[in-house]
Design a binder for this molecule. Structure first.
Ligand code: FEO
Length: 395
């Protein structure tokens, strides 16, 4: 029932996880996800591309039974368990199958899933594997988003299988898409949460696939792209050094003082023609915040003072922004205290990976007064001037 035809002798046999709402017990999945697995039936051998999350193993096994093939090779692009976790189950049914992967992936699968060493066939970058009338070409693509990752190019059918890369956490009944606004947003969210820290590696991996003649891109999450340019161009935009005239303000406020500052700064920036994205950290989806960080030129973290430091939610936002390494150019801190504290030093010390220029923070005592609002207006002027200079320089 779950087997869907992609092309002659190529089938999707993975699982759709419609109601999954959290990944890694961290990342919200508002649109569910899918774990895509594909069968490629050659004239002599059959390969299975990736498996599924162990929680959906029974769906994969039902689909394999329905497809009725003898699996000779299990291509493991990535050792993370949402794709590799059902390999032991598949090996039980096809004990002679070989797990084909990079040398690094082999050591990880041995450690994570206790797959016996004699089950593997290691492949190097550029190696090819014939299935008879179909040829798999392996492209090592490290750091999207683990070190062991690779892609497979099915030469005769011009399909590139990319696992996590170019994918989206999006449960959809359609197998193929040309690309639309919803998919763009899901793919951007996926990029922001998973891929953004690896912009440099992604640039190299995009270059590696540039010369290929690609008709379909089949990732291991979300729909198959019938228009490869849709997702490749989106990635080019996201990984570029270009930033937008936008300010992201992750904030938290306990008694309204910091919220009043955020509100004032938001309108001051809007008056200066800047797009502003404030996120109340107590109620925001962190995926939305990560997406906003993909393009914004500036981030301003806003926090009250708790026990002499920043509010834990602001610390979380600073930690997250630092870990995601967005291309943001400027950062600042605003907030309020009652009897002192080291909030600015603490937050500024947490975003060192971001390599941003720090704009003079505005941290005030108590509820903001007229002179405090003026300082925020001055900050808005400075942000506008810095953005204008960047845009004039074309960056
Ligand atoms: Fe979809 Fe990195 O696993």
């Amino acid at each position: 029932m779950g087997v869907r035809k992609i092309k002659q002798d190529i089938y999707a046999v993975g699982a759709i996880h419609w109601d999954r709402r959290l990944f890694d017990d961290l990342i919200p999945l508002p649109d569910g996800t899918s774990y895509n697995s594909y069968i490629i039936r050659g004239s002599e051998k059959t390969a299975l591309i990736d498996t599924v999350d162990p929680g959906k193993a029974s769906e994969l096994m039902d689909n394999l039974e329905e497809a009725g093939d003898e699996i000779d090779y299990i291509i493991a692009h990535h050792a993370e368990q949402d794709h590799s976790g059902s390999i032991p189950e598949v090996l039980k049914l096809y004990p002679d199958a070989k797990v084909v992967c990079t040398p690094k992936c082999k050591t990880m699968l041995v450690d994570l899933l206790h797959v016996p060493e004699d089950k593997f066939m290691e492949v190097n970058d550029g190696d090819a594997l014939s299935l008879g009338n179909k040829t798999l070409e392996f492209i090592h693509a490290p750091w999207v988003h683990w070190p062991e990752t690779m892609f497979t190019y099915l030469k005769e059918d011009k399909i590139l299988f990319t696992c996590d890369f170019l994918g989206s956490h999006l449960a959809r009944s359609e197998l193929f898409v040309e690309g639309d606004e919803k998919l763009y947003e899901a793919a951007k969210r996926y990029y922001a949460e998973i891929m953004m820290p690896f912009r440099t590696a992604i640039r190299k991996n995009l270059e590696k696939i540039e010369g290929l003649d690609i008709e379909l891109i089949a990732p291991s999450h979300g729909p198959v792209y019938r228009n490869p340019g849709f997702i490749i161009n989106a990635y080019r935009e996201w990984i570029s050094d270009d930033v937008k005239n936008e300010v992201v303000i992750p904030y938290v406020s306990m008694h309204g003082s910091t919220a009043a500052m955020v509100n004032h700064l938001t309108y001051a920036l809007m008056e200066r023609g800047i797009e502003v994205k404030p996120f109340n950290l107590a109620v925001s989806d962190i995926g939305e915040l990560a997406m906003a960080l993909v393009d914004a030129a500036t981030v301003v973290i806003a926090s009250p003072t708790v026990l002499s430091g920043a509010h834990p939610y602001a610390i979380f936002a600073a930690y997250l922004a630092n870990a995601l390494r967005p291309k943001t150019k400027f950062a600042s801190i605003i907030g309020s205290y009652s009897w002192g504290g080291k909030m600015v030093e603490q937050l500024a010390g947490m975003i060192k990976n971001m390599k941003v220029e720090i704009i003079e923070p505005v941290v005030i005592k108590g509820y903001p007064r007229e002179e405090d609002f003026k300082l925020l207006d001055k900050m808005a002027d400075e942000i506008r001037d810095k953005h204008e200079k960047l845009i004039k320089r074309g960056k």
